[in-house]
Design a protein around this ligand. Structure first.
Ligand code: AMP
Ligand code: MG
Length: 418
């Protein structure tokens, strides 16, 4: 079948969108998956809470000692140094001393030991001297010193973590300290992806004339892995209208999100947009950015669709800018724009006004602690080496032109996505 052109169902803007408009547009079309599962806490790192976590207990549950020392009753009359107390027993962590302590008595206490009834202060052992079962306080602490209150960390019924929060390693400890073994977590989004191009060969096969190895499926794999989604790798699809349409129809039955690379511009063999328009909706397909100007966003049935350009750097930039925020919102997490970090450029940067550029840079720390950045040589959208050598994007605004050495520029360090 011949390539379909000028399909009226294609709803793209004639003019390009800015990067921010494109992100806002995408975000406005994405809703959280809203289906959840109960998972053991060890399986929850990087996953998104589907319900608030409310503490069933006080943490710590008891008033206890922060230090090894002696528990006694502090009062103004005994708040001077060299006061003496009779030692009547010991409180260990997990093994409380259960008798009442008189005002002239003290209990040897270990860190985490419950503060015995009748006492309110712990003197550290370094500030005492003990002889014949009698404690002498050499340096008096303040009332309540070295005592940790019940619920000091977390109060019973307190909301500890909110729905939409991404579970960190510290959270695992926090949740374990509440005695909770499972969490209600949003299910992972299912993401299907394939590469398009007659020239693409898979690793292990011989390259014929004009062929190249498919690298986009590998960078997409890595970025999707980090995004904590379920992956469906659909391989390479040839540049035919029917083939691409069939692959998209197949993908929509399996996935919440479909990502393709290549075939999205206006060349003779670029079928993505037309195939998408015949079975779904295209929302826009041009963003004033470099690299990665042609970009299709749309839907097929209930699945969201991202058609990234074929050039390997464009795929990574497009994923970072558009797909990652969409996956964040889809997964139930709160989406926020990345922090704007600035660095001083150590080299002049070439830039023509008209598009937001995502140049690849290496950031480092200068002698005085300031953040420095250098572009990584050739910035062509096919030069994957520029991504491999870099540790950040240098983001140059739409309207900016050449940047002088020593100027302040915005950088986005590679982290969660790359
Ligand atoms: P396209 O967007 O299909 O016109 O592709 C733009 C450029 O990216 C061409 O040079 C393609 O050969 C190259 N390209 C497309 N897909 C891939 C891929 N999966 N891996 C590596 N390079 C690719
Ligand atoms: Mg192609």
């Amino acid at each position: 079948m011949a390539k379909v052109t000028k399909d009226p169902s294609v709803e793209y803007d004639k003019t390009s969108l800015s990067v921010n408009e494109a992100v806002e547009n995408i975000i406005s079309h994405i809703q959280c998956i809203e289906s959840d599962e109960l998972l053991p806490i060890r399986d929850c790192i990087g996953r998104i809470l589907a319900a608030d976590v409310v503490s069933p207990i006080n943490v710590p549950p008891h008033v206890n000692s922060a230090m090894d020392g002696y528990a006694y009753k502090h009062s103004d009359s005994t708040a001077k140094s060299n006061s003496q107390y009779k030692i009547i027993g010991t409180a260990f962590a997990g093994k409380p001393f259960d008798a009442k302590v008189g005002s002239d008595e003290a209990v040897r206490i270990m860190t985490g030991g419950v503060i015995p009834e009748g006492t309110d202060t712990v003197v550290i052992q370094e500030n005492t001297s003990v002889a014949d079962g009698t404690l002498e306080i050499m340096k008096n602490p303040k009332l309540g010193e070295n005592v940790r209150l019940a619920g000091e960390d977390i109060k019973r019924n307190e909301t500890v973590l909110r729905k939409g929060h991404k579970i960190t390693i510290a959270d695992l400890g926090l949740i374990a300290s509440l005695g909770m073994g499972e969490l209600r977590i949003y299910k992972r989004a299912k993401v299907a992806f394939f590469s398009t191009g007659d020239e693409l060969k898979s690793i292990g096969s011989e390259l014929g004339p004009g062929d190249i190895y498919d690298s986009n499926r590998y960078t997409l794999f890595g970025m999707l892995k980090k995004a904590n989604v379920d992956l469906i790798d659909m391989g390479v699809v040839k540049d035919t209208y029917e083939g691409i349409k069939a692959a998209l129809v197949d993908a929509k039955t399996k996935a919440d999100v479909i990502i393709t690379s290549g075939g999205v511009s206006v060349g003779e063999a670029d079928y993505i947009k037309d195939a998408l328009a015949s079975i779904g909706r295209v929302k826009f397909w041009k963003v004033s950015m470099k690299p990665g100007r042609p970009l299709a966003f749309g839907s097929i049935g209930n699945a969201h669709f991202f058609g990234l350009p074929g050039n390997p750097v464009s795929v990574m930039v497009g994923f970072h800018q558009f797909v990652a925020p969409a996956l964040t919102k889809l997964s139930g997490a709160h989406y926020s724009r990345p922090l704007q970090i600035t660095a001083i450029t150590e080299e002049p940067i070439r830039k023509r006004p008209g598009r937001t550029e995502f140049q690849r840079g290496v950031m480092s720390q200068g002698e005085n602690g300031q953040l420095l950045v250098k572009p990584t040589g050739d910035q062509g959208s096919g030069i994957l080496m520029s991504m491999s050598r870099s540790n950040c994007f240098i983001v140059l605004p739409l309207e900016s032109s050449d940047i002088e050495i020593g100027s302040s520029v915005i950088i986005i360090p590679f982290n969660e996505v790359l």
